[in-house]
Ligand binder design. Structure first.
Ligand code: ATP
Ligand code: MG
Length: 172
C-alpha cells in the first residue's frame, strides 16, 4: 500500500519515458502493488505480453488504432483516446490499483485527442493512495504545474536520427 501517492511526468525528446514508467511498474509489482496502464495512441507493444504473466496484479489497455501518427486525427482515434481517459479515471478511483500509468497521454493531449483540461481534472481527482505517472513528449504546462515530479529526457543522441526505426523488444 502507498500512504501518500505522487504525480510523475516523464517528458522530453530523449528515449526513456515509457521505459521509465515500465521500470516503475516492475518495481511496484515486486512490492506487491497493483498496476493499471493505459497506453494512448498505441496498438501493440511487447510490454503487454510481458504483463500478461501477472494477471492478478496488472491491467493494461491500449487506446490507439495504430494508424494515427500526426496531423488531423480521425474520429476513431479521438473516441478511443477519450475512452482511455475515462477508463483510466475509473481505475484511478477504483481503489484496486496503487500505480496508474497514462502512457503517451501528453501526446494525446497535444494532438487534441483528449482535452488538457480533462487530463488536469483526472490529476485533481487522484486519491491519496495512488501513484500516477503520465508520459509523453510535449507535456502541457498545466500538467507540469499539477505534478510533484517532472523529468525531462533530453536527447543528446538518438539513433532515430540515423533512420533506425522502432525495434521490437527495445522500443516497442
Ligand atoms: P521508450 O519507449 O523507448 O522509452 P520514449 O517513450 O521515451 O521511448 P516516445 O516519444 O514514446 O519515446 O517514442 C519514441 C518512438 O518514436 C521511438 O521509438 C522512435 O522510433 C520514434 N520517433 C519518432 N520521432 C522521433 C524523434 N525525433 N526522436 C526519437 N524518436 C522518434
Ligand atoms: Mg513513449
Amino acid at each position: 500500500m502507498i500512504k501518500k501517492g505522487y504525480v510523475h511526468v516523464y517528458t522530453g525528446n530523449g528515449k526513456g519515458k515509457t521505459t521509465a514508467a515500465l521500470g516503475l511498474a516492475i518495481r511496484a509489482l515486486g512490492a506487491g502493488l497493483n498496476v493499471f496502464m493505459a497506453q494512448f495512441l498505441k496498438s501493440g507493444s511487447s510490454e503487454l505480453i510481458a504483463f500478461k504473466r501477472f494477471p492478478e496484479q496488472v491491467s493494461t489497455r491500449q487506446y490507439g488504432s495504430g494508424r494515427f501518427v500526426r496531423g488531423k486525427p480521425a474520429e476513431e482515434d479521438i473516441s478511443m483516446a477519450r475512452l482511455g481517459l475515462k477508463e483510466a479515471a475509473e481505475a484511478l478511483c477504483s481503489g484496486q490499483y496503487q500505480l496508474v500509468i497514462l502512457d503517451e497521454a501528453n501526446v494525446a493531449a497535444s494532438y487534441g485527442l483528449i482535452e488538457t483540461k480533462n487530463l488536469v481534472e483526472l490529476i485533481e481527482t487522484k486519491p491519496n493512495g495512488v501513484e500516477l505517472v503520465i508520459t509523453g513528449r510535449g507535456a502541457d504546462q498545466q500538467v507540469i504545474d499539477k505534478a510533484d515530479l517532472v523529468t525531462e529526457m533530453r536527447e543528446i543522441k538518438h539513433y532515430y536520427q540515423n533512420a533506425v526505426k522502432a525495434r521490437t523488444g527495445i522500443e516497442k
